[in-house]
Design a protein around this ligand. Structure first.
Ligand SMILES: *[C@@H]1O[C@H](CO)[C@@H](O)[C@H](O)[C@H]1NC(C)=O
Ligand SMILES: *[C@@H]1O[C@H](CO)[C@@H](O)[C@H](O)[C@H]1NC(C)=O
Ligand SMILES: *[C@@H]1O[C@H](CO)[C@@H](O)[C@H](O)[C@H]1NC(C)=O
Ligand SMILES: *[C@@H]1O[C@H](CO)[C@@H](O)[C@H](O)[C@H]1NC(C)=O
Ligand SMILES: *[C@@H]1O[C@H](CO)[C@@H](O)[C@H](O)[C@H]1NC(C)=O
Ligand SMILES: *[C@@H]1O[C@H](CO)[C@@H](O)[C@H](O)[C@H]1NC(C)=O
Ligand SMILES: *[C@@H]1O[C@H](CO)[C@@H](O)[C@H](O)[C@H]1NC(C)=O
Ligand SMILES: *[C@@H]1O[C@H](CO)[C@@H](O)[C@H](O)[C@H]1NC(C)=O
Ligand SMILES: *[C@@H]1O[C@H](CO)[C@@H](O)[C@H](O)[C@H]1NC(C)=O
Ligand SMILES: *[C@@H]1O[C@H](CO)[C@@H](O)[C@H](O)[C@H]1NC(C)=O
Ligand SMILES: *[C@@H]1O[C@H](CO)[C@@H](O)[C@H](O)[C@H]1NC(C)=O
Ligand SMILES: *[C@@H]1O[C@H](CO)[C@@H](O)[C@H](O)[C@H]1NC(C)=O
Length: 677
């Protein structure tokens, strides 16, 4: 008997038993799947093939073919992928009946329910993805019992409460992504046991407390993303032991203290993002040892001291962002030798000295922003040698010398902002031909010569600011016809000539400031073709002639300053009814006549009208008391009339007197009439 049992069992009974078992498992799984479906909301009917046909045959094979369902060779469900199917509703407890499930993906749906605790019964799970939903409540505990789990992605949800401590027992785990929920409290120290973990993403939660120094024991870690949380303390020095770390992102983590020098030991790091924290002290020179580093962003902290010259050893560096710190000293000249450098942002520090003379010469430099420092020296000539320069931002420094000629031939440029420096020489020709250039800001420098004529040819410039220089030329003809031009600012220069009829086509201009120059001639009436003009400032020039009536009818004009010119004639009555005008200044001209008493002119500050000897009435003293030219003529006329009337009166009285006396004389026969006359 004993000898026959194995034979019987293995050769006859077992296949039968297995088949029976499989079939009943299959039946269970079909009903599990159907009850999972029953609790889902599936607006696009993605799971329409999840149904049992009336034909009751080989059920096992049927559900293995359903959308998102995969079985193993025994016909048992091992994979369920319901990602990106607009599903919502509830995740049913029936899920736990899929005992052999190794892969579950519910990512990218609209679930806004809690996850069922029974998930933890799926002890064979290897991969669990519920990312990009609105799952609420705590993340279920119990996953700590899973022995094969390598991947958990719960990112982008509305989970709350504490991070599940027991996950620290899933030592097989390689990826743990809980970014972007509302988890609170500290990072569990138990996670130090995850000695196969490569990816730890907890950024964008509401985590607090210290970052556990024990995490430094997980030497398998390649990626750490913990920012956008409310931690206290700083970076554990033990992070210097994470010898496989490639990516460290602690941006906006509410961290402080010094950046540990130990990070310099991490020979595989390619990214360090520590921006928007409160790190202080010096940038460790040891960072220069991380030769694999590609992206280094320490911006928005309180780092002080000098930029370590050792950073010039980072030969793979593509991005170096140190802006908004308290850095002093010089920009290491070696940074000019970084052949991969694309982005260098050092703005809002207290750096001094010159920029590296060879900056950009041997690198694909795209963005250079060193504004608001105390940098001196000249603009490096080869900034655009790589042909990639897009943003060149140097404003608020004491940079001198002239603008390199070949900068104005740099086709890639979009923004040039160099205002508030000591740049001298002329504006080189060519900027108008750069097809992508949108901003050209050279205000408050020491530029001389003329505004290059090619600027008028631009089809891309929207903002031109040459104010506060010593430019001496006429405005290039048709400069206002640049189709994209919104702001043209050239105040405080020595510009001369007239602007007559330059406004034939002026599609985008919103702000025109020609103030404090020596521009003469009439204000062309064609300025009304600037239909979007909001601000027109012509003060302090030599404009003559009358104010074109049409200006007062411009539909968007809000600010008009014509003061300190030599304009003559009257103030057009229509100003009072100007559709958008908020501020009008015509003081110190040669205007005359009655100030109209309508609209804005009834509330205008008299100071905006003074200095025009001939203006009166309205908010100014009434015309009769004025001593203007027009008035005095009338007054003289009046006086003449008075005198004439007086003379006529006197004459009449005299005539009467004479007649009376004459009459008496005649009647008395006297001859005294000659004496009286
Ligand atoms: C699986 O579905 C395909 C079509 O979607 C069908 O051709 C095939 O016969 C089905 N197989 C089983 C075992 O039902
Ligand atoms: C389905 O989801 C996609 C992406 O989430 C969304 O753009 C689309 O509007 C959704 N469709 C319906 C009918 O809900
Ligand atoms: C999830 O969080 C977002 C952001 O706070 C909120 O707008 C949304 O209503 C939340 N959804 C659920 C289901 O809690
Ligand atoms: C987690 O899922 C999101 C979106 O669903 C994805 O973008 C992200 O790369 C995943 N995380 C990991 C570590 O694979
Ligand atoms: C982790 O496992 C150990 C034993 O293996 C157990 O004592 C402990 O309670 C587990 N931790 C958690 C948080 O479940
Ligand atoms: C984060 O936690 C703090 C206190 O722990 C709480 O005041 C705040 O409302 C939380 N913020 C969010 C978005 O949950
Ligand atoms: C790391 O950098 C420091 C300071 O720059 C230097 O003294 C040290 O020799 C470097 N260590 C290694 C291993 O390169
Ligand atoms: C950094 O500079 C800012 C402004 O220049 C100043 O207010 C702040 O006190 C400085 N911080 C430190 C730590 O020096
Ligand atoms: C940068 O510095 C300038 C000048 O000190 C200051 O006006 C500006 O607000 C600062 N910008 C930022 C974003 O801190
Ligand atoms: C720009 O000028 C500098 C110096 O004048 C020169 O080294 C560089 O090669 C020039 N670059 C180009 C693209 O002409
Ligand atoms: C401006 O340039 C002139 C020479 O063109 C020079 O004499 C003067 O010192 C410069 N001014 C400043 C403030 O640099
Ligand atoms: C501009 O007017 C002022 C004062 O009327 C005069 O001194 C100056 O010579 C004029 N300039 C030009 C260029 O006409």
């Amino acid at each position: 008997m004993k000898n026959h049992l194995p034979f019987f069992f293995w050769c006859i009974a077992f296949p039968f038993v297995i088949a029976e078992a499989v079939s009943s498992v299959a039946n269970n799984e079909v009903s599990a799947l159907l009850s999972i479906k029953a609790s889902l909301i599936d607006p696009l009917d993605h799971l329409k093939d999840w149904k049992v046909s009336t034909y009751k045959g080989d059920v096992g094979a049927v559900h293995c073919n359903w959308t998102g369902v995969w079985c193993n060779s025994n016909g048992v469900v091992e994979k369920l992928d319901l990602s990106s199917r607009n599903l919502s509703g509830l995740v049913s407890d029936a899920l736990q009946q899929l005992h052999s499930l190794t892969f579950l993906n519910l990512c990218c749906n609209g679930f806004s329910s809690p996850l069922p605790k029974s998930i933890s019964k799926l002890t064979h799970l290897k991969s669990f993805d519920v990312s990009q939903n609105y799952f609420v409540g705590e993340f279920p505990s119990g996953l700590g019992r899973m022995e094969e789990l390598t991947y958990i992605n719960g990112s982008s949800n509305n989970f709350s409460g504490f991070l599940p401590k027991d996950l620290g027992n899933v030592t097989t785990l390689e990826t743990l992504d809980f970014r972007g929920s509302f988890f609170e409290g500290p990072i569990p120290t138990s996670y130090k046991n995850l000695l196969n973990l490569k990816y730890l993403g907890l950024a964008g939660n509401n985590l607090t407390g210290y970052i556990p120094r024990e995490l430094g024991q997980i030497s398998s870690l390649e990626t750490i993303i913990l920012g956008y949380n409310g931690f206290k303390g700083g970076i554990p020095t033990e992070f210097g032991d994470l010898s496989n770390l490639q990516y460290l992102d602690l941006a906006l983590g509410n961290l402080g203290g010094q950046i540990p020098v130990e990070l310099g030991r991490l020979k595989k790091l390619n990214t360090i993002f520590l921006y928007q924290n409160s790190f202080e002290g010096k940038i460790p020179p040891e960072l220069g040892n991380i030769t694999s580093l590609v992206l280094l962003d320490l911006s928005d902290n309180q780092l002080s001291g000098e930029i370590p010259v050792e950073l010039a050893e980072l030969k793979s560096l593509q991005l170096l962002n140190l802006m908004r710190n308290n850095l002093t000293g010089q920009v290491p000249s070696g940074l000019g030798g970084l052949t991969q450098l694309e982005v260098l942002e050092l703005w809002n520090n207290s750096l001094s000295g010159p920029l590296p003379v060879n900056l950009g010469q041997n690198s694909p430099l795209q963005w250079l922003d060193v504004s608001s420092n105390s940098l001196s020296g000249e603009i490096p000539a080869g900034l655009c040698n790589g042909g990639n320069l897009i943003k060149l931002i140097l404003f608020n420094n004491v940079i001198s010398g002239s603008i390199p000629l070949n900068l104005s031939r740099c086709e890639s440029l979009v923004r040039v902002r160099m205002q508030n420096n000591l740049i001298s020489g002329t504006v080189p020709p060519g900027f108008g031909k750069l097809a992508k250039l949108q901003r050209l800001e050279l205000a408050n420098n020491n530029l001389t010569g003329e505004i290059p004529h090619d600027i008028s040819l631009s089809t891309s410039l929207s903002f031109i600011d040459f104010s506060q220089n010593r430019l001496h030329s006429a405005l290039p003809s048709s400069i206002f016809s640049i189709p994209t031009l919104q702001n043209f600012l050239v105040s405080y220069n020595n510009l001369i000539g007239e602007i007559s009829d330059q406004f034939q086509d002026c599609p985008s201009l919103a702000v025109l400031d020609l103030s404090t120059n020596s521009i003469s001639g009439r204000i062309p009436a064609s300025i009304v073709s600037c239909e979007k003009l909001v601000t027109l400032n012509l003060r302090n020039n030599n404009f003559t002639g009358e104010i074109p009536r049409a200006i007062s009818m411009m539909s968007t004009l809000a600010i008009l300053d014509l003061s300190n010119n030599s304009l003559t004639g009257a103030l057009p009555e229509s100003f009072g009814n100007s559709p958008a005008l908020e501020s009008l200044n015509v003081s110190y001209n040669k205007l005359e006549g009655q100030v109209p008493s309508n609209g804005i002119l009834t509330t205008i500050n008299p100071g905006d009208l003074i200095g025009n000897a001939g203006l009166c009435g309205g908010v100014l003293p009434p015309c009769s008391r004025s001593s203007g030219r027009t008035m005095s003529r009338e007054r003289k006329l009046h006086i003449n009339h008075v005198i004439a009337g007086w003379l006529v009166g006197i004459s009449i009285i005299l005539s009467i007197v004479i007649a009376v006396i004459g009459g008496r004389w005649c009647t008395r026969g006297g001859t005294q009439m000659a004496v009286v006359l």
